[in-house]
Write a protein that binds this ligand. Structure first.
Ligand code: ZN
Ligand code: ZN
Length: 155
């Protein structure tokens, strides 16, 4: 039997599972919003509802980035809003550290902790988080979150 996993690993692994639903092959990202160890909302990056997926219709490139999708963190916040779920004071687990736009949404939604599975792109989030008292927690070195059983192979 493998050992029981901790809460951070539990939620981050779920975020990686959520990322599997992403519809843009350029980068598949998943996010899970949590408060008091309860999942409030999830999101992955995908096209506007009703529009074709990148994986089918191709990407919408702008300055080297695909702009067709709504990002995972934004979709998790949208899902909470659609369902009337209060996320102020919650934490977000995201497989990749938030881009600048998602970061701004996360902060203004009142979330206080951001866990990320890998560093993505924007360094500004570190400095601003320090100013605002937002916790940014890098879990990239802790675990291989995509591995179902951490004891199943040598590391
Ligand atoms: Zn795309
Ligand atoms: Zn983003």
């Amino acid at each position: 039997m493998s050992k029981r996993i901790g809460w951070d690993e539990y939620f981050m692994r779920i975020a990686f599972q959520v990322a599997g639903r992403s519809t843009c092959s350029r980068k598949r990202v998943g996010a899970v919003i949590v408060r008091d160890r309860n999942i409030l909302s999830t999101g992955y990056n995908g096209s506007i509802s009703g529009m074709p997926h990148c994986d089918e219709a191709g990407h919408m490139m702008e300055n080297g980035h695909c702009v067709a999708t709504i990002h995972a963190e934004a979709n998790a916040i949208i899902q909470a809003a659609k369902n009337g779920v209060m996320i102020a004071g919650a934490s977000i687990y995201t497989t990749a550290s938030p881009c600048w736009n998602c970061y701004k949404l996360i902060v203004n939604s009142g979330m206080k902790r951001i866990f990320f599975g890998e560093f993505y792109r924007d360094e500004r989030i570190f400095e601003v988080s320090q100013k605002l008292g937002i916790e940014l927690i890098d879990l990239s070195s802790c675990h291989d979150f995509e591995e179902v059983d951490p004891c199943a192979r040598e590391r």
